[in-house]
Design a protein around this ligand. Structure first.
Ligand code: TXA
Ligand code: MG
Length: 311
């Protein structure tokens, strides 16, 4: 249910939840110190309580008061990428951030979203915690319709149309003397290297992920996704349903759902979760994904999301 800006301020200040737009995906927000609303986030999403939340702030001052000591280049990264789709993890003064938000860790994740309405909102409400506004495991929500499909028509949404990036923020953590990528996202590794002067390593160890959330099933529609890593013409058996790209021919397929153009990863990312959710609207139970894609820039994030969605 679309609500006004003033209503969103009032609900959040009175300890209730609101779906808020960001440049990445919609967030399921609660005020940082509202125990009830934070508890509701975990309940509504059916999110394991071992999975901590990102704290969204309006400016660097709003988060520096929580941080125990700024890791090297924290300010450099924040000056370069904030407001924007980068989340930075730091050791915090634990008494200042509720335990439930940190899932008991001594660190907290912060970001300043690049969304005019939500930045205004943060100035009025103070820091907001917000995971992606979807049921745990499902593709994130990039529109009001997605939020309503997971949480019902009456759920309050500060609606601002389709999110610009369509994939979540990149999460970075400073460990053993350098920044690591804990979750791939809207900011590419190449963009981070240009600022840091080195290429941040992507921490892939599934047994010891930096983000506890990386343990869980993610981004998945009900439909089963099969990744096709060989060119189409080499396939012996032609699949019925295909997630593919405008420039490519999928001879023999019954229906192609287009993810976009192979020359435009920004637009592929923007529409990715919508396309994954759309598979379920069409009651498709198995779809073959054209996974012959570049590995660099935003493609790296897109491929990782598709791969996780296929598990
Ligand atoms: O773009 C985004 O980041 C969106 C928008 C709404 O801001 N938010 C988002 O939140 O994707 P969520 O909760 O869906 O994903 C946050 C990830 C989880 O994998 C969680 O484990 C990790 O961040 N995380 C949060 N706090 C952490 C911490 N202190 N240490 C390590 N990982 C943390
Ligand atoms: Mg999420």
């Amino acid at each position: 249910m679309k609500i006004t800006f003033e209503k969103a301020v009032q609900l959040l200040k009175s300890g209730q939840n609101v779906a808020i737009p960001t440049e990445t995906v919609y967030g399921l927000a609660a005020a940082l110190h509202s125990e009830v609303a934070i508890d509701a986030i975990f309940r509504l999403k059916r999110r394991p309580r071992t999975n901590p939340l990102i704290v969204h702030v309006a400016d660097l001052n709003m988060c520096s008061e929580f941080i125990r000591s700024m890791p090297k280049d924290f300010e450099k990264l924040s000056q370069h990428f904030w407001p924007g789709p980068l989340t930075l993890i730091a050791e915090v003064l634990e008494e200042k951030i509720p335990d439930a938000v940190r899932a008991g860790l001594s660190t907290c994740a912060f970001r300043i979203p690049q969304h005019p309405l939500t930045l205004e909102l943060l100035k009025r409400t103070g820091p907001l915690v917000a995971p992606s506004c979807n049921l745990s495991g499902k593709p994130s929500a990039t529109s009001k319709e997605h939020v309503e499909s997971d949480f019902g028509k009456d759920f309050p949404v500060l609606d601002d149309g389709l999110c610009t990036h369509g994939v979540e923020s990149t999460i970075c953590s400073f460990q053993d003397g350098s920044w690591k990528i804990a979750r791939k996202g809207a900011i590419s590794s190449e963009q981070l290297s240009a600022v840091l002067g080195y290429s941040p390593e992507f921490c892939t160890d599934p047994k010891q992920p930096i983000c506890p959330g990386q343990h869980f099933r993610h981004y998945a529609p009900n439909a089963k996704l099969i990744l096709v890593k060989t060119p189409w013409h080499e396939l012996k058996q032609k699949p019925e349903y295909v997630l593919g790209f405008f420039e490519r021919l999928y001879q023999g397929a019954k229906k192609v759902i287009y993810l976009g153009s192979i020359t435009d990863p920004m637009s592929v990312a923007k529409n990715l979760y919508h396309n994954l959710r759309h598979l379920d609207d069409m009651n498709i139970d198995t779809v073959w994904v054209d996974y012959v894609l570049p590995d660099d820039g935003l493609w790296s994030t897109i491929k990782e999301r598709i791969q996780k969605a296929s598990k």
